[in-house]
Design a protein around this ligand. Structure first.
Ligand code: ZN
Ligand code: FE
Length: 255
């Protein structure tokens, strides 16, 4: 049985996720933007929260930690690299470390770029990757701390996961991300179809996350920076993949 996944809208456009293992009753939260909606879901489901996994130090991913810990006594786990600027951690994680949700094991991937200490969690058995502000639906996080080379390397690691993986990212930015994508690839039919699906979902106030990696590979320009026709359309046919990615990210910042 895969872990049960609950997507929780928080703040203006953030998402937190709950993972629940029915067999052992274990429950894990990934990121804590604010306590209210998360505690409400826990109460409604009758789940007891055991641990909180943090992806990175930005306030909109950690502001709810203190209140949620007070209410649940959950253990807080996050990146060793960011231990100095995260809430107090019971466990500090590095590349390749393991986390446990009941009977299922997750892998820690270091995915610097948005911040230098950003990590992702990959659960191969259930097929979930919690990517927060690294790989996002239709886009990727802004480079606040890391370099384009770092982010391209991080995205390349995530792109190599099985295509059926569900990408659980941190924000509802999909519609605007895809508007930029269409400016890069106006002829991409999979992208046009996705734009229509996303518009419908948003009109019905449904989340556009998680998203399937296969769909990201087909429509997310930041996973497609290596493709010759993208480099050509950027006017840089001989650029390296990372240079092409850097130019896409630069254009998106002023789009
Ligand atoms: Zn962030
Ligand atoms: Fe964020």
């Amino acid at each position: 049985m895969p872990l049960e996944l609950v997507t929780i809208p928080c703040l203006k456009d953030n998402y937190a996720y709950l993972l629940h293992d029915a067999e052992t009753d274990a429950t894990t939260l990934i990121d804590a933007p604010e306590p209210g909606p998360i505690l409400a879901v826990l109460k409604q489901r009758g789940w007891h929260l055991d641990q909180i996994l943090l992806t990175h130090h930005h306030w909109d991913h950690i502001d709810g930690v203190t209140a949620i810990v007070e209410a649940t006594d959950a253990t807080v786990i996050g990146a060793a690299a960011d231990a100095h600027r995260l809430p107090p951690l019971a466990q500090e994680l590095r590349e390749g470390d393991l986390v446990q949700v009941g009977s299922e094991t997750g892998y820690v991937l270091e995915v610097p770029g948005h911040t230098v200490g950003h990590i992702a969690f990959y659960f191969p058995t259930s097929g979930y990757a919690f990517t927060a502000d690294s790989l996002m639906a239709g886009g990727c996080g802004r480079l606040f701390e890391g370099t384009p080379d770092q982010m391209w390397a991080s995205l390349s690691v995530l792109a190599a996961l099985p295509p059926e993986t569900l990408i659980c990212s941190g924000h509802e930015y999909t519609a605007s991300n895809l508007r930029f994508a269409a400016s890069v690839e106006p002829e991409n039919e999979a992208l046009a179809a996705r734009i229509a699906r996303v518009a419908k979902a948003r009109a019905e106030n449904r989340a556009t996350v998680p998203s399937r990696l296969a769909g990201e590979l087909a429509t997310n320009p930041f996973l497609r920076a290596h493709l010759p026709h993208i480099k050509a359309s950027l006017g840089m046919p001989h650029a390296t993949d990372a240079e092409s990615f850097a130019e896409l990210r630069r254009r998106k910042d002023s789009f």
